[in-house]
Write a protein that binds this ligand. Structure first.
Ligand SMILES: *Cc1c(COP(=O)(O)O)cnc(C)c1O
Length: 426
């Protein structure tokens, strides 16, 4: 029997998971330029992210490596144990190679990604830290894990057995693995009853070296009682192993919220993600975290509309007065949620101005009537702060998330590939 958390007490967010079909011998690849590999043995192709290093269009995501390092240090101080930085999903949209290199330099104990390809990408970028692949080991990938010194997190007994075969077939080196226990998240992880069996299997396989035992918390930022229960179950799993003489060295459970709020969850290391990028939703007394990404574009057209004239697809906004309307070079294909149509704000000349009309694929419109002096070529801040002739203002990713019925994780990872990331030290 697997654990569960009682649903009326624990509001679980529905996860939207995009599943792409995968056949045996065909590894799913994330980019348009990637080749399909149809040989019997799966092959990992470097994800070509198709992200232009530059673009004629002046839309950019600035990434402050200084703020990233400061957030890392704040989390390290709060944790008091090594931080294994979570850089999955291209470092939450910030660009994994550059972010990982900065965190390696700042003293991160290890890195966590979701996919094998994400780990390979970091090795190819020269990252030396231990890299935990939290999404597990798909069939036939054992030799890739060994070749790139990547550490899979195993969540099923059949996954463990198959990897053991893969790796022993590969011969040579032993592969470090972590095992995940499901203590109530009900997503990935062994049921508690299977943990000792996993331990026995690992002991029997010289090719696999058992290093870590982990779990993941469902409501670290909102439900202390559920955290207590999950940690108690995790402790039970560890004791069951110890009773059989099995002793993984690294125990870990804490995401950002748990790292900051639940001292008892810190164990041997912590795995913060969102906090590194400047957010700690649900955490009241968070240390000073600074947003790392600043999303900006420019005014590319300006017009004056008479009262009664409408803007954009579906004519969903109509001028109540004579209005000055600016067109900006960012749309939903860049990751600007269409849910912000006729809602959110952007900043120009240091003043907040409303988004009007529907957001289109490549553009959006702003009512700049109350921001005199706006011109074509002016910088427009979509997320982040700006100082200008009319003052100083800020739009946070949290505000964008709230307005679009989303969460900061989704807002950040939505910033698409065609927006070049610019790494800055300020
Ligand atoms: C994403 C993830 C984290 C990091 O969570 P944050 O809330 O972003 O800090 C930690 N552990 C696992 C297993 C994850 O999937």
């Amino acid at each position: 029997m697997c654990y569960g958390l009682r649903s009326q007490r624990y509001r679980l967010r529905r996860l939207r998971v995009g599943v792409r079909p995968m056949r045996r011998g065909l590894l799913l690849l994330s980019s348009p330029g990637a080749r399909a590999v149809s040989s019997a043995a799966p092959q990992v192709v470097q994800p070509s992210r198709a992200r232009p290093p530059c673009s004629a269009r002046p839309t950019r995501a600035d990434v402050s490596l200084r703020n990233l390092r400061r957030n890392f240090q704040a989390l390290s101080r709060a944790a008091g144990v090594p931080v294994w930085s979570v850089v999955k999903a291209d470092a939450y949209g910030h660009g994994a190679p550059a972010v990982a290199a900065a965190l390696e330099g700042a003293g991160s104990g290890g890195l966590c990604v979701s996919l094998l390809e994400e780990g390979v990408e970091l090795r190819q970028a020269g990252i030396q830290l231990p890299i935990l692949v939290m999404g597990g080991a798909y069939p036939g990938t054992g030799s890739e894990f060994v070749a790139h010194r990547l550490t899979p997190v195993l969540s099923r007994l059949d996954e463990l057995r198959r990897l053991a075969e893969d790796v022993s077939a590969d011969g040579s080196r032993s592969l470090a693995v972590h095992v995940k226990v499901d203590t109530g998240m009900a997503r990935l992880g062994l049921c508690a009853a299977d943990v000792p069996r996993a331990g026995e299997l690992l002991r029997a396989h010289a090719g696999l070296r058992w290093v870590g035992l982990m779990t993941h918390l469902a409501s670290a930022g909102s439900d202390p009682e559920s955290v207590r229960l999950q940690l108690q179950r995790f402790g039970d799993a560890r004791r069951a192993l110890n009773a059989r003489g099995l002793q993984p060295q690294l125990l870990h459970a804490a995401n950002t919220a748990a790292t900051l709020v639940h001292a008892e969850s810190r164990l041997d290391l912590v795995r913060p993600g969102i906090g590194l990028y400047g957010f700690a939703p649900g955490v009241g007394a968070a240390p000073q975290l600074a947003e790392v990404m600043r999303l900006r574009t420019q005014v590319i057209a300006l017009r004056t509309l008479e009262q009664g004239a409408s803007v954009g697809y579906g004519a969903s906004w109509t001028a109540r007065r004579q209005s000055r309307v600016a067109t900006v070079a960012i749309g939903y294909a860049d990751g600007l949620s269409r849910a912000l149509s006729n809602r959110g704000s952007m900043i120009v000349r240091g003043r907040r101005v409303p988004i009007i009309g529907r957001i289109s694929m490549d553009m959006a419109s702003l009512d700049v009537t109350d921001a005199p002096g706006v011109d074509v070529g002016d910088e427009v801040v979509v997320m982040g702060s700006q100082r200008g002739a009319l003052g100083e203002a800020r739009v946070s990713a949290q505000e964008v998330a709230d307005l679009s019925h989303s969460i900061v994780w989704e807002v950040l990872t939505a910033v698409s590939r065609r927006v070049p990331r610019v790494y800055r030290e300020d």
